[in-house]
Design a binder for this molecule. Structure first.
Ligand code: FAD
Length: 294
């Protein structure tokens, strides 16, 4: 028995849903009784090193606490330690005890993307989460409920999280989604009870992270009166720019913006945080403390 939300998952299905997106469905007996409390649930995925049939993860028993598990993980020699990357649960199917992830197949493919490109039925992957360790100071559904309108903006990597939010919108909730992708072939359809307007922005020949299509569209967007809630995800520099625009030029209060730098130009998820990453982490900590004391 394992007290931590650590799972060993087995690929049951792979699908190419658009030219740059693969949907991988994984199943595990451990997922029996599992349920998703909220939209936009992130997990850490653990990818086996080359030649390993499964990710080499430390055992967790009922008494294992997170810190000692993570220390044991970090103590695995680097060339054997599974790569860790963040992904969003796109869907959960309790009937088959399975969860799906949508992987962007980007051109600088690191270990996660390589794994997704080659994934086949039976392959094994480790996962940690969803867990309250990644919880927001305020539940996403509460932020959406309180807002008169919702703005969702991001690049390809943001689509899975954005789609789960769109699917969970209350009936009639006004929402505006701005999504930057390469071209029309990467567009997807969303099902929602909300009153959704989606704007697909094609970056064409520009590489992800090098296009200003999303920033220009948000600057030009006519947003309604009333209280807005914004959710931003994608390349970290682009997300920072959007957030600055919304706070400084549109007057959105910081606490009404949920933002996440999903990936960093020319840096992998193994690379150390930049000064800007650290400043943001400080800000989040202060926000969480303020929410706790308030
Ligand atoms: C909370 C959270 C949730 C996320 N959910 C998802 C999800 O559901 N689906 C998803 O596809 N991604 C998601 N991401 C983003 C994903 O974790 C990163 O893209 C990750 O870096 C991919 O790992 P990799 O091993 O392919 O590349 P890395 O080894 O991390 O990086 C290798 C190179 O690829 C570049 N790169 C990394 N990601 C991208 C990208 N998306 N587009 C273009 N270039 C890139 C880097 O700049 C680097 O040069 C999420 C990130 C976070 C923080």
């Amino acid at each position: 028995m394992n007290s931590l939300p650590i799972w060993l998952l087995q690929v049951s299905r792979t699908e190419q849903i658009t030219p740059h997106m693969a949907r991988i469905t994984l199943t595990s007996e451990d997922l029996r009784g599992f349920s998703l409390k909220e939209a936009d649930q992130q997990v850490k995925l653990y990818f086996p090193r080359h030649g390993q049939p499964r990710p080499l993860l430390p055992e967790a028993t009922e008494s294992t606490d997170l810190m000692s598990w993570y220390q044991a993980y970090s103590a695995i020699p680097e060339n054997e330690r599974p790569w860790m990357r963040s992904y969003t649960i796109r869907a959960h199917d309790p009937a088959t005890d399975s969860i799906s992830f949508d992987f962007v197949l980007h051109q600088h493919a690191g270990p996660a993307t390589q794994w997704a490109i080659n994934a086949k039925e039976g392959d094994l992957l480790g996962a940690f989460g969803p867990t309250d360790y990644f919880a927001r100071p305020k539940a996403l559904s509460a932020s959406v409920d309180e807002a008169d309108w919702v703005l969702l903006a991001g690049d390809d990597a943001a689509i899975p999280g954005m789609a789960t939010i769109i699917e969970s919108l209350p009936a009639g909730k006004r929402a505006f989604a701005f999504v930057e992708i390469q071209d029309a072939a990467d567009e997807q359809s969303f099902h929602t009870d909300g009153d959704l307007t989606t704007t697909w922005l094609h970056r064409g020949a520009a590489e992800p992270g090098h296009s200003d299509a999303l920033a220009r569209a948000i600057r030009a967007a006519e947003l309604p009166e009333g209280n807005g809630f914004a959710w931003l995800a994608g390349e970290a520099g682009a997300v920072r720019q959007l957030r600055r625009h919304l706070t400084d030029e549109r007057g959105l209060p910081k606490q009404t913006i949920d933002f996440s730098g999903y990936w960093r130009l020319k840096l992998t998820q193994d690379d150390a945080p930049t000064a800007e990453d650290l400043a943001e982490a400080q800000e989040r900590l202060a926000e969480a403390q303020a929410a706790q004391s308030g």
